[in-house]
Ligand binder design. Structure first.
Ligand code: ADP
Length: 722
């Protein structure tokens, strides 16, 4: 069985004892009540209120069963009181012994006196206590009818002594009418039933008096409003707080609207969490107990939480609804701002939404001309066929279907070829909810394609022309190449011809010169002076002709590549005097001073001696030819690091004006090429010299001032290229 305790909620100190309080006890309880337990309860409560006895127990003798039993308790667990019984036969027991004593007995705690037996376990619990015998007026000299147990140290005031006397007499009075045991049993059964009922209720139930003092509470209420002394600080505080909150709520309820449910926020003493209750209080009138308030507390914490959750969900729903509405508005705005027609159809193919451009194609006012209506119907039929094709086909959520539809402008009657791009919109469960189709006008694209086609044809034509021109160019190139080959052949033939002719000229010319020489030498006898002069002219002209023929022959040989390099090692210091000796006759005739400035270091060359000599001979011949007075000098100089050597021929002759410095090296070129020119020559000498210098890996430079003289310098490497 569960417990019930009776304790005060208000901690206001009791008023001083007065006659009125004693009278009240006698009047309300001890006179009217015939129930020992109820009288004992009222007495203990009275003690608590007026004598500050916070914990007390009342025991009574049950003669029938021969037991000392508990009948009432205050500030102690009720079940301990109800379960307490002790055999009266145990006369050795100090508690039983007290029944026959005239004075109160004090029982010390076992620890204090060392004898556990001396201290029986009573509903008061461990610790020292005092037991006061309860006797009737008639039984004053025999064994007492019961005992009042209180904590040891409680001062026995006149009020306590008065109550002991009064209660003893009341027990004696009731005992005279019936058996205490039977009364007690009946009462216990009733109480047990009562507590079983109220404890089985899951809501806390409390009975309080009008001042807020707790009279009865069920187990659920106990958990909220009562705490054992050994309970921790937190739980005790929570209980205290709950009592305060409940008292405040109760006082308001009683004053304001007693029957109306009110919300009350309490603290769970177990975990400190908030608990929300709905308090339903009603006042009850009981003839003996007076006015009381029964309060039933219904835990609505979860209900409130659920309500809040529902509220929150509702708010969320509202917000979601708002978002969807905004999204729809946005979508409408987007659809309307797109220039291409957009149509949204439901799964059955019916149109649910379209933008203004689509309306122009698929709708017509009822009063429209029949031709316009036909145009709209035709468009509708074409579009429906496209959509039904899409709806019948299997396609995933993200899949896009494209197709071409031949629509028309219903008003203008012009065809509009469109590309339809349609996508299915599926719900989360994969169900088809809508089909969105965008129609893209293809007229521009088709026009572009047509232009592109034209452009391509133009480009192809151009390419063909380019190809034709390229082919023509290739033919021309081939022609040129052949002409070049032919020219080359012709040039070679010319060189060959010149070489042959020169050779052919030279043989008879040599014969003429030989015979002339023999005649001049007197082979045919002494010749008369005029014949000799004529023969000398033949000899001189013949030699001149031979020089020309030799030069042409050299030139053609060089061009035909028939003058190969013949490299040998020789000293240039020796070659220069040799050249001067060869031209000795001419030098003597010129009456010019010709000198050589040789190199202090012997300039040894590995080169073609014949070619070097031919160049120097030529340059010196020219100097002698174009100088009338003054000096001619042939100078040798070894270049830096001995890799090059230069041979310069300087004269004090007529000089050459700058515009002729370059062209005198060309074939057959002369400064004065008039028929009446003063100086003889072919104009081939310098051309041959330049070609020979190139063959030797060198070059010829000219420095000349008209009227002052000229310097021709041949510079060649010491080692000729192979
Ligand atoms: P050629 O002497 O047989 O005419 P060259 O090729 O040797 O042919 O010379 C070409 C021309 O260069 C000459 O006709 C002449 O006008 C000019 N020339 C060559 N050498 C000299 C020189 N040392 N002084 C002045 N003029 C020169």
């Amino acid at each position: 069985m569960s417990t019930v305790s009776v304790r005060s909620l208000s901690r206001t100190p009791p008023p001083p004892v007065n006659a009125a309080a004693r009278l009240e006890l006698l009047e309300f309880y001890l006179v009217h009540h015939e129930d020992i337990a109820r009288c004992a309860h009222a007495s203990l409560e009275w003690l608590a209120r007026h004598a500050q006895v916070r914990r007390s127990v009342c025991l009574a003798v049950d003669a029938e069963s021969g037991m000392l039993v508990g009948i009432a308790g205050y500030g102690v667990a009720n079940e301990h009181v109800e379960l307490f019984s002790w055999p009266l036969a145990d006369t050795g027991d100090p508690l039983v012994a007290t029944l026959s004593s005239a004075e109160p007995s004090v029982f010390r705690s076992p620890r204090a006196n060392g004898h556990a037996r001396l201290t029986p376990t009573t509903p008061l619990g461990a610790g020292a206590f005092v037991a006061m015998p309860l006797r009737g007026a008639r039984t004053r000299d025999v064994d007492a009818l019961g005992l009042l147990l209180m904590r040891a140290g409680t001062p026995i005031t006149p009020d306590i002594s008065w109550l002991v006397t009064v209660l003893g007499q009341k027990i004696e009075q009731i005992r005279g009418r019936g058996s205490v045991t039977e009364e007690a049993r009946k009462l216990r059964r009733e109480r047990a039933l009562f507590f079983t009922i109220i404890n089985s209720v899951t809501d806390p139930i409390l009975l309080t008096d009008t001042e807020g003092r707790l009279i009865v509470a069920n187990a659920r209420a106990e958990k909220l409003f009562a705490a054992a002394e050994e309970a921790n600080e937190g739980r005790r505080r929570a209980v205290e707080l709950n009592n305060m909150l409940f008292s405040a709520a109760l006082s308001r309820t009683v004053v304001e609207t007693p029957s109306e449910a009110r919300e009350l926020l309490l603290v769970d003493p177990g975990d400190g969490s908030d608990l929300l209750f709905e308090v339903l209080s009603s006042t009850v009138e009981e003839p003996r107990e007076g006015t009381g308030v029964v309060s039933v507390l219904r835990n609505i914490t979860d209900l409130r939480r659920a309500t809040e959750q529902v509220e929150e969900n509702y708010q969320k729903l509202r917000m979601a609804e708002g978002a969807v509405r905004a999204e729809r508005d946005r979508l409408n705005l987007i659809i309307d701002s797109v220039a291409d027609p957009i149509i949204v159809t439901d799964p059955s193919g019916a149109t649910v939404l379209m933008n203004a451009p689509a309306e122009e194609l698929f709708t017509a006012p009822p009063d429209a001309a029949p031709v316009v209506l036909r145009g709209v119907q035709s468009n509708d039929a074409h579009f429906s066929s496209f959509i039904s094709g899409l709806l019948l086909g299997e396609s995933g959520p993200g899949e896009i279907r494209r197709g071409e539809i031949a629509l028309m402008n219903p008003v203008a009657g012009t065809p509009i070829p469109v590309e339809a791009i349609a996508g299915k919109v599926l719900s989360e469960s994969g169900e088809l909810t809508a089909v969105v189709t965008i129609l893209h006008d293809r007229r521009e694209a088709l026009e572009r394609a047509r232009l592109f086609e034209q452009l391509k044809v133009g480009a192809d034509e151009l390419q063909m022309r380019v190809q034709a021109a390229t082919a023509e160019l290739a033919t021309q190139n081939e022609l040129l190449r052949r002409q070049a080959i032919e020219l080359e052949q012709a040039s070679r033939l010319k060189s060959q011809f010149l070489a042959n002719m020169s050779h052919e000229f030279r043989t008879p010319l040599n014969a003429i010169l030989g015979y002339t020489h023999m005649l001049l030498q007197g082979v045919a006898g002494e010749l008369p002076p005029n014949i000799k002069r004529q023969l000398q002219r033949i000899d001189s002209n013949g030699r001149h002709l031979l020089t020309i023929i030799n030069e042409i022959l050299d030139l053609t040989r060089i061009e035909a590549g028939k003058m190969p390099m013949q490299v040998s090692e020789f000293d240039l210091n020796e070659l220069v005097p040799e050249v001067m000796a060869e031209l000795d006759a001419v030098i003597a005739r010129s009456r010019l001073s010709v000198r050589a400035a040789l190199s202090p270091e012997p300039p040894i060359l590995r080169s073609d001696r014949q070619k070097v000599k031919q160049i120097v001979v030529n340059l010196l011949s020219n100097a002698l030819k174009f100088t009338h007075r003054g000096v001619i000098e042939v100078a040798l100089r070894l270049g830096k690091e001995g890799r090059q050597v230069s041979i310069s021929v300087t004269d004090t002759g007529i000089g050459i004006s700058p515009e002729h410095h370059e062209n005198i090296f060309e074939d057959f070129r002369q400064v004065d090429d008039s028929p009446s020119r003063q100086y003889g020559g072919t104009g081939l000498g310098l051309a041959i010299c330049r070609r020979l210098a190139h063959a030797l890996g060198g070059r010829i430079m000219l420095h000349s001032v008209v009227g002052k003289g000229s310097t021709f310098t041949l510079t060649i490497p010491v080692d000729a290229p192979q």
